[in-house]
Design a protein around this ligand. Structure first.
Ligand code: HSE
Length: 309
């Protein structure tokens, strides 16, 4: 069984936006792409040096996700060779594992000729990832709000205006499991109520393009931020300085250790320059919101191309 070669492109994501813990996700214009080509055996390779530490065995996330989809639908896909190119830093709170899971689902869907709904795909991805925020935004793009509780899923993609986005990426990795492990089992009713109110007001503020209010509220989180700052370098300093330079708000990107800063598009360049100068131990990525999400497109191999007549 063979198939026409194709490429899957998945965006990076930033999750939580402060108090939207495990619920809000935003897709970024930073991508991972996987070229999928017929092959007599399964194999995967990473083109980027920084990704070569990843397993290329059966426990590789893209591969194991493909196998998971095969088993859910009780079908076997044709074997393929996967070649991954990625600008998403690993274990930095920018959704690298979500991007791998979503890529695996999109590849399996294509190889098996399934026609899954977004809900089905987000559900499978959330079952694997354990939380829905990154995977839903990676799949459909833009700003998503999700609820995933005991394998029950609700998710919505919201319309958004664009905004300047900066990611401060440190050189050290932070495993999501370690970062989640530092969260308390129990939260006071008062703290939960105030964090949930902040998230409730932040969302309509984003919808109404009121990023000043949204930026203020993304800094009012009690669900996870206070327990994670110990993993972050110069967090309060960067937050303070970014705001002084005109940013709307700064918070932890996903589980960290990167920080995400939202700012007016016209001041993004200047804030980027100043932060790069002041915090040389961070890489500062300048980006925008991705509104499309995961795409699958054909690729044309040189050997299969017909010479022009
Ligand atoms: N909502 C998740 C967390 C995102 O904060 O742990 C992990 O990428």
């Amino acid at each position: 069984m063979t198939f026409a070669p194709f490429q899957v492109k998945v965006p990076a994501t930033t999750a939580n936006l402060g108090p939207g813990f495990d619920s809000i996700g935003l897709a970024l214009q930073v991508y991972q792409s996987v070229r999928v080509i017929p092959s007599s055996t399964w194999c995967i390779e990473y083109e980027d040096e920084t990704h070569k530490e990843l397993s290329i065995g059966n426990d590789n996330i893209i591969m194991s996700t493909i196998k998971k989809v095969e088993s859910i639908f009780n079908q076997q896909s044709p074997t393929a060779s996967l070649s991954v190119r990625s600008n998403i830093p690993l274990s930095r709170g920018m959704g690298s594992s979500a991007a791998a899971i979503v890529a695996g689902i999109a590849i399996a869907e294509q190889l098996l000729g399934l026609n899954l709904s977004d809900e089905q795909k987000v559900k499978i991805a959330s079952d694997i990832e354990g939380h829905p925020d990154n995977v839903s935004a990676a799949l459909v793009g833009g700003l998503t709000v999700s609820r995933y509780d005991q394998h029950e899923l609700d998710f919505i993609k919201l319309p958004t205006h664009n905004v300047g986005i900066l990611l401060m990426v440190p050189s050290h990795e932070l495993e999501t499991s370690l970062s989640r492990g530092s969260l308390p089992e129990v939260l006071s009713h008062k703290k939960a109520t105030s964090s949930s109110a902040a998230a409730n007001v932040m969302l309509p503020a984003i919808l109404m393009n009121d990023w000043s209010t949204a930026g203020k509220l993304m800094e009012k989180d009690g669900f996870h931020e206070p327990y994670r700052t110990k993993w972050l370098q110069s967090f309060e300093d960067i937050r303070h300085y970014a705001k002084e330079l005109g940013a709307y708000g700064c918070t932890i990107s996903g589980a960290g250790p990167s920080l995400v800063i939202f700012c007016p598009q016209e001041s993004q360049k200047n804030i980027h320059k100043e932060l790069e100068l002041s915090y040389p131990n961070y890489i500062c990525i300048k980006t925008r919101l991705d509104s499309i999400g995961t795409t699958v497109s054909p690729i044309y191999l040189k050997e299969n191309m017909q010479p022009p007549v």
